[in-house]
Design a protein around this ligand. Sequence first.
Ligand code: FAD
Length: 360
Amino acid sequence: MKPADGTAIDTDVAVIGAGPAGLFAAFQLGLQELSVHVVDSLPHAGGQCAELYPDKPIYDVPGWPACSGHELTQGLLRQLEPLHVPLHLGQVVQALQALPSASAEDEAPRWWLQTDGGLDLHARAVVIAAGVGAFLPRPLAVPELQRWEGQQVFYRDPPPAAWLDRRVVVVGGTAAAVQLALRVADSGAASVTLLHRHDRFAIDAELDAQLQSAIGAGWIRLALGQPIGALADDAGQLQALEVATATDERYSLPLEVLLPRLGLHPRLGPLAHWGLALQRKHLVVDATTLQTSQPGLYAVGDITHYPGKRKLIVCAFHEATLAALAITEQLRGAPVPLEYTTTSPRLLARLGRLPTAARP
Ligand SMILES: Cc1cc2nc3c(=O)[nH]c(=O)nc-3n(C[C@H](O)[C@H](O)[C@H](O)COP(=O)(O)OP(=O)(O)OC[C@H]3O[C@@H](n4cnc5c(N)ncnc54)[C@H](O)[C@@H]3O)c2cc1C
């Protein structure tokens, strides 16, 4: 880990995870006039609701007889808008550690977060809203490919220059794989091969029609089988995948750029190494404040464990509210009075709902 070098963003609170728990915690913290930054490994907000069931109706969010995962996410984002909270998406928080105190009197630790995208945050408190873990690309089961990651093998979409005039292989049978193959074929690759175990894809009829038309026109070639090895040329560049078919025939597939798109899966990953008390991969918290075993570090939502914990969105909202108020009290060193968004001029002003003349 590199040391903090003065380029870090200073904030009151950093929130890890932009699922329902993290988004609502950010809202409650912003309402209390704290500065907040949110980080998520996914390229979009919404956590499980957006990634696992965007179109499925949810029937037990209070006040919404039915809303889809996508609608709930959009509602949470709209609610957050007036508070101008920056979201740093597509970045995994890899490191979280206490910063050395500035002086002997400075007792409250500040926290340093670092992402794999090069973002450094210094925060006075941290909310871990990591759900079932960071959603990360499922890797190909060919370990030797790791040495070309970031140069010829890309698990996240690289800029189009990476595939310009190159022979590209996209691996996977998901909509994301097919959409990427179509995009690459349409934007300057020398050739595009879509490699999948079989010729059935988990895509809707419209996307299937586009794929069949691109195959028919020769813009995309279909290859069947599973990658089992990699071949390098004399200069050490990746030059081909070794592929095994369903009937165990072997062939090599030449390429210059490899784009595996096998879907995302949640992994606890770095969080397990932050020295926090865990109970069967969940963070142990005090149910009244949502503080973890480390003062200044809080956790909300599916990642938490306390007696009676239920992994439900409504419980995540309750936890986010209690954590935000506990953090506010910790940072201000004073109790936070109960205020209603219907009647408090201060809260209404925060939300931009008070006529300017009436602002406190
Ligand atoms: C199929 C399905 C149906 C469901 N239906 C319902 C329902 O009807 N009603 C209900 O109440 N609940 C339902 N749930 C449960 C509900 O989705 C979860 O309780 C809720 O999503 C938890 O929110 P969260 O914010 O705690 O976690 P998540 O939604 O999991 O969000 C956590 C976020 O943190 C990010 N993250 C984790 N670690 C890192 C890191 N190190 N760096 C950066 N980002 C990180 C992840 O990428 C993720 O986006 C359902 C769940 C599933 C799977």
